[in-house]
Design a protein around this ligand. Structure first.
Ligand code: GDP
Length: 455
């Protein structure tokens, strides 16, 4: 149990109907008693918990707000400690004033992710589940949220624990046999060990595969909008993001930097970058933009190539089309609200998917949505199964797979069971690191430092 009592504003740093100041630790209720007066005259320190108290918040001897305070008792709270949550009015000034009052009454400011970190340290959640809290908060789509929620609920941890138990079973038999050679312990057969290792490896590989194929839903697909100047790239970006993110003008070469936006299209998250128009140019600044555009194009997983459908294709258009070869791509014949003039058939030779759109009127947008979801459908991604959240967990799984493979190789090479046992131990350690039972302080601190303050 942590010694200090910490407090932070748990709601976003923006005006809202309600703002919540969360206080957690052994002194949470007595500290809150110093700033919050329930109208009933009750003392929170004497509260049995799971009650809401209406009252006033006081600071410097003055009432500064009316609020409702929720009380939770250890260990049945989010952090596993005594927790008070003051629900005051959600103004930026007032939430900060209430927090200041609480800090002056004896609480310390909570660090990033400190409440969830305490939940982990107090055994309320394992590390995988704690990490998924952040993934859940930042989920931008239904599938990403469902996947994170399942991990939060412990689905992944349950599946990892089952894998771990199977390897631990092998370790136990091996250790007994290695450590007590004189005892009548039945020797575990190499075939049995091989079968267990192979099955667990397949299970872990499947978890990794699901994570990889689900990235379109959980992390986003790197997408780039390319095209020669003035075809309407910025207008397409604005249509996708739903507001004026990029500058739209009829002056060629306006977008020089790369403008980025995270959007959800057809249930899939796209990390979209609008780039400078691709053309030969003497202008140094514009040229830097063009080079950046080409770099983006080379590492993008999806290319939206924009052409002006209202004018004939030019060599610049053909050069853009040529650069998109070997990519997953969609040609957007923009300006469909104007009379058509571009040679559709020529574009079709380079692009399997050609969509007529108007960034101005939104025409063609539903077809674009359908095509994106067809091209990037994440196959067997099932957000309701056990999902990894993030590269750290994936790396732990991969490590475990690698140790199991070494174990199988050791068996095949006729090495001693001692050596096999070491591989099994290492595989178990990797899985314990995933769920946090064996994660170092540095790893734990690094994970929670990525959280926001107040969570
Ligand atoms: P970019 O240089 O490719 O980013 O092109 P912009 O998005 O800045 O657009 C260039 C010009 O085309 C602007 O004057 C836009 O208003 C116009 N434009 C863009 N999309 C459409 C469209 O769908 N229909 C029509 N009629 N004009 C468009």
């Amino acid at each position: 149990m942590n010694e200090t009592t910490v407090a932070a504003i748990s709601t976003p740093n923006a005006p809202g109907g309600i703002g919540i100041i969360r206080i957690s630790g052994s002194e949470a209720l007595s500290i809150t008693d110093r700033v919050f007066r329930p109208v009933s005259g009750a003392k929170l320190a004497g509260s049995p918990g799971y009650r809401a108290y209406f009252g006033s918040v006081e600071y410097g001897g003055e009432k500064i707000d009316e609020a409702v305070c929720l009380v939770f008792r250890a260990p049945n709270s989010y952090t596993g400690e005594d927790v008070a949550e003051i629900n005051c009015h959600g103004g930026l000034y007032i939430t900060k004033q209430v927090l200041r009052a609480v800090l002056e009454a004896g609480a310390e400011p909570a660090g990033p992710g400190e409440f969830t970190k305490r939940a982990f340290l107090n055994g309320k959640r394992d590390l995988a589940s704690a990490e998924s809290v952040m993934a859940f908060i930042s989920a931008s789509g239904k599938e990403a949220a469902a996947a994170a929620l399942n991990t939060m609920d412990g689905k992944l941890s349950g599946r990892i624990a089952a894998c771990r138990d199977r390897i631990t079973g092998v370790c136990a038999s091996l250790s007994a046999w290695v450590d007590y050679p004189d005892e009548e312990i039945e020797e575990i057969s190499a075939d049995e060990i091989r079968r267990t290792f192979t099955e667990v490896r397949a299970e872990l590989e499947e978890i990794i595969h699901r994570y990889d194929s689900g990235k379109a839903f959980t992390q986003g697909v790197d997408t780039v909008i390319v095209g020669k100047p003035n075809v309407g790239k910025s207008a397409v970006m604005n249509m996708l993001s739903g507001y004026d993110r990029s500058i739209v003008t009829d002056i060629a070469g306006t977008t020089r930097d790369v403008v980025e936006e995270r959007i959800t299209l057809g249930g899939i998250i796209l990390n979209v970058a609008d780039t400078a128009g691709m053309r030969e140019t003497e202008n140094i600044v514009e040229n830097i933009g063009v080079n950046l555009a080409e770099k983006r194009l080379s590492r993008a997983s999806l290319v939206l190539a924009v052409f002006d459908g209202s004018s004939p294709l030019t060599d610049e258009d053909r050069a853009v089309a040529g650069k998109c070869r070997d990519k997953i791509k969609i040609a957007l014949l923009n300006k469909s609200d104007l009379p058509s003039a571009a040679e559709r058939e020529e574009i079709k030779k380079e692009f399997d998917n050609v969509i007529e759109i108007s960034a101005l009127t939104g025409e063609g947008f539903p077809e674009l949505e359908k095509t994106v979801s067809k091209l990037l459908s994440a196959g067997d991604f099932d957000p309701n199964s056990a999902c990894l959240t993030g590269e750290r967990q994936r790396a732990c799984c991969l490590e475990a797979v690698r140790h199991l493979e070494e174990g199988i190789a050791a068996l095949d090479g006729g090495m001693t069971l001692d050596a096999v046992n070491v591989c099994a131990d290492c595989a178990v350690d990797s899985l314990l690191e995933l769920t946090g039972e064996k994660a170092t302080d540095t790893v734990v601190n690094e994970i929670f430092s990525r959280f926001c303050v107040g969570k």
